[in-house]
Design a protein around this ligand. Structure first.
Ligand code: SF4
Length: 402
């Protein structure tokens, strides 16, 4: 039985631009450096890491930690899309070899050691959780407080503070993002436009997009973000929470509760499907983040457990099949704009759920299973390889220009 881990492990604070390609390899390198402090290394990056690692700064983060290291790339469809093999050397002789899988959201698996998860949650699906809450007449927040770790809500306050800090940092910055794509930072431009806007609705919606752009641009430039549930999709939940707090004057305690609810939905997706773009395409990253944000927003608008569930379901349903094809391997196009569109969609999903929840036919668990199966069926070239879609069309057009 795989248990659901603490929500704390879903929201990791660290450097972007990618939880699977930067944070996970970074965590692995730190652990290996402690095990072998005076050694040299050859790291083989497999599949998605080999194809998009450069744009995702994988090599840079590993080099920063291990120092004496060289790299190889390898493609093998029989291996995990995000596998790293660390060959360890002392005085020119190989002394060890460690396999690490970067699972997504910064989670890593060392040498296939499956550690017994903390047995925090007794339930494994939203159906079970909903039924338990309704039977015992408790809210989702009470449920999380009952089963998650005692210090969860303290940690979530730290998480929310970091989300706000990242939004505020990103809004101030102008100029180009790092890398050969020469993408302009746009959060500042959106913010200035919002401030001039007289139509309140348009102003608020532009602010929502501003926040999503701001976090995603910080992520793309290696700034500090929170995995929500990943770095690539880290702009959606902070944007929706900050927008809701600002436009509805909601107190921080309630926002922290909403963050916990978002975490619960993300945790179910992580346990029963995947949150990794290399395993399930962008539906697993931006789709999951949108689902989490829709649940959080529905809670903040006072919606019931069924309405919250329906909001999360709608948000995921309309991301099904979404591919991952980052141009030149950078977490910039389509990622940044996609975060802003998903933030708007999360609010739209919760508004539909408020009115239509009694008509629904699809549960959250059904859509999570559908997303996972769709991800497994998806052609591997659409899963964080930059070998299809926009990434290839852009490359061909650039070649013609030369
Ligand atoms: S397209 Fe989506 S899954 Fe792929 S890198 Fe960008 S945000 Fe992540």
């Amino acid at each position: 039985m795989i248990y659901m881990k603490s929500i704390k492990t879903l929201f990791k604070i660290g450097h972007g631009p990618s939880s699977s390609h930067t944070m996970g390899p970074g965590f692995a390198s730190e652990r290996i450096k402690k095990m072998y402090p005076n050694h040299s290394f050859i790291v083989t990056l497999y599949n998605s890491l080999a194809l998009t690692g450069e744009g995702h700064l994988t090599n840079e983060v590993i080099k920063d930690i291990l120092k004496d290291v060289s790299f190889k790339g390898a493609l093998n469809p029989n291996k995990h899309p995000n596998l790293l093999i660390f060959a360890v050397f002392k005085d020119g002789k190989k002394t060890d070899e460690i396999e690490v899988v970067s699972l997504g959201g910064g989670d890593i698996l060392f040498n296939n050691e499956i550690k017994e998860d903390e047995k925090l949650y007794p339930h494994k699906s939203f159906d079970e959780i909903r039924n338990y809450c309704l039977k015992n007449k408790i809210s989702l927040v009470d449920y999380i407080k009952k089963y998650d770790s005692d210090d969860l809500f303290l940690y979530l306050e730290e998480v929310y503070n970091q989300m706000i800090k990242t939004i505020k940092t990103g809004i101030k910055k102008k100029g180009l993002l790092p890398g050969n794509l020469k993408v302009e930072r746009k959060a500042h431009k959106l913010y200035e436009s919002a401030l001039k806007q007289e139509d309140v609705n348009l102003k608020n919606r532009t602010l929502l997009s501003t926040y999503a752009f701001s976090v995603s641009e910080e992520n793309a430039s290696g700034g500090i973000v929170v995995t929500a549930p990943t770095c690539g999709a880290s702009g959606i939940l902070p944007a929706v929470l900050y927008y809701a707090a600002d436009t509805n004057n909601i107190k921080k305690d309630k926002i922290i509760n909403a963050l916990a609810i978002a975490g619960l939905f993300g945790n179910i997706i992580r346990r029963n499907a995947t949150i990794s773009g290399a395993v399930g395409g962008c539906q697993a990253e931006v789709g999951s983040a949108c689902s989490m944000a829709a649940a959080a927003y529905a809670y903040l608008m006072g919606e019931s457990i069924e309405q919250i569930e329906y909001a999360a379901e709608i948000a995921m349903e309309h991301h099904l099949g979404l591919t991952c094809d980052p141009v030149m391997g950078y977490v910039q196009i389509p990622c940044i704009e996609r975060n802003a569109v998903a933030a708007l969609r999360a609010i739209n999903a919760s508004e539909l759920a408020l009115i239509l929840f009694e008509t629904r036919k699809i549960s959250f668990d059904m859509i999570v299973e559908t997303m996972y199966q769709t991800g497994l069926d998806m052609d591997p070239k659409y899963k964080e390889t930059s070998e299809a879609g926009m990434a290839t069309i852009y490359k061909e057009l650039e070649k013609k220009k030369q």
